[in-house]
Design a protein around this ligand. Structure first.
Ligand code: HEM
Length: 396
């Protein structure tokens, strides 16, 4: 098999292809997307921190000046939302936007949310165990991070069911070479989500609550587009990957029963186990960067104006960095995985994600000691955002 992000067999198990890439072609050109694939941990880690690359080039040049086609007009509502959030801008705008929300996500602030996270987890896990199990993804993995981030922002209970479909539709645009249909679906979702958040911000400006949208709506230097872009980013990034770490993580534990037993017998391993599950089956397999100045990677010259694709899933299995990289080791102490990124865009929500994951794996291990897989799960078609369609388990 070769690197083929549209092939379900590759998506289900990309790791042997990554081994080959790291060994034989750690920096290679991938014709179908016109990107350079970067497979080794040292290169991925260094390039994430390298300011000669960017998530965008629009702070330096127009599309034409950078030698790229402008996006088709119909995509405007999508890019308006996405490019107003911190993830798709570079300094100085990035620095300003990140500073405005970073206080809400410091380890200390997030630690104060642990009791609430725990209460939400316990409610979900109790119901799940009581009825003997079901789809772990739909019933525990999804509702937990969606509820936490929606409460934090102040999205009313009655509207929360809208978030997951909007987010999934928007994320469709992040896959490689998205179809016309996926592009239109993403644009529609971005426009609807944006209108919804504008209405909510207006209401909170008039009658503020204790939530993050109320706080952001009071900040005068934040434009309406930036407010919407920030909220869309927080609501989407705030749950997409966490859902998949939970699903992929449980699937990894079921495939490594001795590690599942080891973890169940010693729950003090939960923090290292969560890091290891994020490494072992990386939920976000690839992140892209634009090359803003000519660079050289592993002896290969890469010119300004092209895009590189950093293979997180491959970096996380690199034997140069990880001892026995293909083994799941829930007690792995030295684990510099790259799943939260690195450099200025390092995941803002990492402390929150860690709390959610430790609490949810912990609650299921405690309350469902006999949790077992009912049938082998299937993967969603997405490669970049890689997760299971569903995960049917029983808790007798
Ligand atoms: C296990 C779950 C998560 C994983 C694996 C993850 C992963 C990542 C990664 C890799 C990036 C950097 C992308 C890049 O450099 O191109 C990122 C950025 C970001 N993440 Fe997360 N994330 C997770 C959970 C969360 C949560 C719960 C939040 C809640 C707010 C969040 C908010 C963000 C934000 C706002 C950014 C943009 C930061 C910036 O551009 O400065 N993430 N995340």
């Amino acid at each position: 098999m070769r690197f083929d992000p549209w092939n379900p067999d590759f998506v289900a198990s990309p790791y042997t292809v990554y081994d080959e890439l790291r060994r034989e072609a750690p920096v290679s050109f991938f014709e179908p997307t016109g990107q350079w694939l970067i497979a080794r941990h040292a290169d991925v880690n260094a390039l994430l921190r390298d300011r000669r690359l960017g998530r965008s080039y629009l702070h330096l040049a127009t599309h034409e000046e950078f030698g790229r086609e402008p996006e088709p007009d119909f995509q405007e509502p999508f890019w308006r939302v996405i490019r107003a959030g911190m993830l798709d801008v570079e300094p100085p705008v990035h620095t300003r936007l990140r500073r405005l929300v970073s206080k809400a996500f410091t380890p200390r602030m997030v630690e104060s949310m642990r009791p609430r996270v725990r209460a939400i987890v316990e409610g979900l896990v109790d119901d799940f165990v009581e009825k003997g199990g079901g789809d772990l993804i739909a019933e525990v993995a999804e509702p937990l991070p969606v509820t936490v981030i929606a409460e934090m922002l102040g999205v009313p209970d009655a509207d929360r069911h809208l978030l997951r479909p909007w987010s999934a539709d928007i994320c469709g645009m992040y896959e490689l070479n998205p179809s016309q249909e996926a592009q239109h679906t993403a644009v529609t979702a971005a426009a609807e989500f944006s209108d919804y958040l504008k209405g909510l911000a207006r209401a909170r400006r008039a009658a503020p609550g204790e939530d993050l949208i109320s706080a952001l709506a009071q900040i005068e230097e934040l434009t309406e587009d930036e407010l919407v872009g920030t909220c869309v980013l927080l609501l989407n990034a705030g749950h997409e990957a966490t859902v998949n770490v939970t699903g992929n993580g449980w699937w990894s534990l079921f495939r490594n029963p001795s590690e599942l037993v080891r973890l169940r017998q010693d729950l003090s391993l939960l923090p290292t186990a969560v890091e290891e599950l994020m490494r072992y089956d990386t939920p976000l397999q690839m992140f892209e960067r634009w090359v803003l100045e000519d660079i050289e990677v592993g002896g290969v010259a890469i010119p300004k104006g092209v895009e590189i694709a950093l293979l997180f899933g491959s970096a996380n299995r690199d034997p140069e960095v990880f001892d026995r990289p293909d083994a799941l080791d829930v007690g792995r102490a030295d684990n510099p995985h790259i799943s939260f990124g690195a450099g200025i865009h390092f995941c803002l929500g990492a402390p929150l994600a860690r709390i959610e994951l430790v609490e949810s794996f912990g609650a299921l291990l405690r309350r469902a000691p006999d949790i077992a897989l009912v049938e082998e799960p299937e993967w969603n078609p997405g490669y970049i955002i890689r997760g299971l369609r569903s995960l049917d388990v029983s808790c007798e």
